[in-house]
Design a protein around this ligand. Sequence first.
Ligand code: PXG
Length: 297
Amino acid sequence: MSKTSWQEMAVYLNGEIVSGSEAKVSVFDHGFLYGDGVFEGIRVYDGCIFKCKEHIDRIYRSATAIRLDIGMSPEDLTSATVDTVRASGLRDAYIRLVVSRGIGDLGLDPRKCSQPSIVIIVGGIVLYPEEVYQKGLSLCTVSVRRNSPTALPPAIKSLNYLNNVLARIEVADAGYLEGIMLNHEGYVAECTGDNILVVTDGAIRTPADHCSLLPGVTRNAVRDLAVKRGIPYSEAILTLLDLYWADECFLTGTAAELVPVVSIDGRTIGTGEPGPVTQALLKDFREIAGQDGVPVY
Ligand code: PXG
């Protein structure tokens, strides 16, 4: 059995590091009953937790938004994450950090949950097939709209991912690997688990934070790389036409890194091959990946 099978993964569970097969959470946990909690997905590259501070900061912001007291300091949560990666022995890994409301009764009231459940899973990496990075990805637009920020702000990385799951079902039914979600006004928001960016006349544009999306850590890393290269970068309100008419398009995400997009809703993007700006930024990204973060070993 490989070390990345779930039974053998290293899991931090409320202060202890156990194996995947021992890591169990109660059916009365409100994370299970209501999706009441927050999470992060983080990558480890060559023994270094990529953008660790950015992910830790985001989980505390998500927790603040849902009035969840994580009950430990960001420094201690970072140490627990480092310890769990070390226990896994992995140099390249995917970390899933989950903080749920904890055990309560069968009612919604979160005040009945006295202690959050803190889980850190260190496992393997799920990536798009290598072919996608060489040839590019085709996307479709789905009918499910991204949650309105007036209902459940997509900037909160909560355990309630049904909006994205419903969209992902539609994507899979249509025979695609990823799809575009519009916001409640019909403007482009993001993909089901990735941010989306376009390159037009040498400048990068991506939907602004108020367009119903999760501002990705990877997207911000790419912004910094673009600025370093002198490539203009801006956040804007984008329509599907802005995507169809772009010279290049790509996705960013912790699991995805940078994925070139070559077709959207049957329209070829640019030349139909991964573009030069996308390729340059992917190269830059892979160069900083093992350096920009917290070392484990
Ligand atoms: N938007 C959404 C809705 C996400 O869930 C991103 C953007 C990219 O953000 P980062 O910070 O990773 O650059 C995410 C994160 C999956 C999966 O199985 C994807 C994410 C989270 C959990 C599962 O595809 N992506």
